[in-house]
Design a protein around this ligand. Structure first.
Ligand SMILES: [Zn+2]
Length: 339
C-alpha cells in the first residue's frame, strides 16, 4: 500500500488553516494580476521562487505582501473560493477556515461587504467544488483589545451562517490570554465555540489560561502541553482536541525538528490529536504532506491514518449528520483501498 497515494485520496477535514495564509502562488498570481501596482510578481514562475519557503522572516514577508493584495471585496471572494479549489484537489471535504476580519476592515473593506464575499464563496465552494467551509473569526492578538472589539462586533452584528467559532491568533509572547476573556464570554454566549491558539511559542501556562479564562474547546497548536503532566491529564479527561500543525511548528522554531515533535508523546498519553496545515503554501506544505509526516512520526498504517482523519471530523463543529457522513466516507474509502 502506497501511503502517499492513500493519503491523497483520503477524504479529510481540516480545522486549523488561515485565510490569508492559504494563498497559494496560483492564487497570489491572480490577485497580483488584479493589482499591477503591487510589488508581488504576477508571473507564476517568478512567484514560485518568491514563494519557496526559506525561514520564518520570509514567511512574514510573504504574508504581509499577500495582505496588501487583498484590497476589496472581490479579492476576498476570489481568495476564499480559490482556497476551496486547492482544498478540493487534496480531497479536503470540510474545513474551518480561520479568518481575521479586523485586517480587512482596517484596510477599508466594509464589514458587510467582507461578510457577503466570504459567504458567496462558501456557497459556491459547497455547490461547485464539494467543499464545506465554515469560519473561525480570530482576534489578531498583537492588535490588542481594539481588534478584539471589532472582531466581536462583526461576529455579533453580522453573524454569517458559516461562522462557528471564535479564535485568537498572532504572537503569544507578550499577549496574555486572560485579557480577552470578556470578548470570548460574549462570543460563547451567542453559541460560538472557543478555539484560541495557545502553547506553541509559550509554555503550558498559556494553555491553562485559555482553558480557564477563554473556555477553550479546542487548542490551536498546544505543542507545549507535554511539559505539564497535569495539563495532559486535563486535556485527556475533558476530551479537548489539539490542532497540531507539524511543519508550522518547526518553521516558527517552536519545535526544533519534525523528529523532535511532541506528537508521539501526545498520542501515547491519549491526547486527542488532529492534523492541520496552518499557513500551508507559505510554509511549503499542504494537508496531505502533514498527514504523511504524522504517519511517519506515529508509524501509522492506512487504518491508523484513517483514524487520524476521523479524529478531525469528530473534533469539528459541523453537525452530527455531516460528521457521520464524512466518517462513513472515510471508512468506505479505507475499506476499498485495503481491498
Ligand atoms: Zn494558526
Amino acid at each position: 500500500m502506497n501511503i502517499k497515494a492513500f493519503i491523497e485520496g483520503l477524504p479529510k477535514a481540516e480545522l486549523h488553516v488561515h485565510h490569508i495564509g492559504s494563498a497559494s502562488p496560483r492564487i497570489v498570481s491572480q490577485l497580483a494580476a488584479r493589482h499591477p501596482d503591487s510589488k508581488v510578481p504576477a508571473d507564476p514562475d517568478a512567484l514560485a521562487s518568491y514563494f519557496t519557503f526559506r525561514d520564518f522572516a520570509h514567511f512574514v514577508e510573504i504574508y504581509l505582501s499577500v495582505v496588501d493584495l487583498v484590497r476589496d471585496a472581490e479579492d476576498v471572494r476570489l481568495l476564499t473560493y480559490e482556497i476551496a479549489r486547492d482544498m478540493a484537489r487534496q480531497n479536503i471535504r470540510y474545513a474551518e477556515l480561520t479568518i481575521t476580519p479586523y485586517s480587512s476592515i482596517r484596510r477599508g473593506i466594509s464589514a458587510g461587504a467582507f461578510i457577503e464575499a466570504i459567504e458567496d464563496a462558501r456557497k459556491a465552494a459547497s455547490s461547485e467544488l464539494g467543499v464545506a467551509l465554515q469560519w473561525c473569526f480570530d482576534i489578531p492578538g498583537e492588535a490588542g483589545l481594539e481588534a478584539a472589539q471589532v472582531t466581536l462586533d462583526v461576529a455579533l452584528d453580522l453573524h454569517p451562517n458559516g461562522l462557528v467559532s471564535f479564535g485568537l491568533g498572532g504572537p503569544e509572547i507578550g499577549v496574555p490570554r486572560p485579557q480577552f476573556a470578556p470578548y470570548f464570554q460574549r462570543a460563547i454566549a451567542v453559541g460560538l465555540h472557543s478555539v484560541p491558539h495557545a502553547g506553541e511559542s509559550t509554555g503550558p501556562e498559556t494553555i491553562w489560561d485559555s482553558l480557564l479564562h477563554l473556555r477553550a474547546e479546542r487548542i490551536g497548536h498546544g505543542t507545549s502541553c507535554t511539559r505539564d503532566p497535569a495539563l495532559v491529564r486535563h486535556l485527556v479527561e475533558h476530551s479537548i482536541p489539539l490542532e497540531v500543525c507539524p511543519t508550522s511548528n518547526v518553521a516558527t522554531r517552536s519545535v526544533k525538528s519534525l523528529d523532535e515533535h511532541p506528537i508521539k508523546e501526545m498520542v501515547a498519553q491519549g491526547v486527542w490529536v488532529t492534523i492541520n496545515s496552518d499557513d500551508p503554501p507559505m510554509f511549503g506544505t499542504d494537508l496531505n504532506t502533514e498527514y504523511a509526516i504524522a504517519a511517519r512520526l506515529l508509524n501509522l498504517d492506512p487504518a491508523g491514518i484513517a483514524a487520524l482523519a476521523k479524529n478531525a471530523v469528530r473534533a469539528s463543529f459541523t453537525d452530527s449528520s455531516a460528521k457521520a457522513a464524512l466518517c462513513a466516507e472515510i471508512d468506505a474509502y479505507t475499506a476499498t483501498a485495503l481491498g
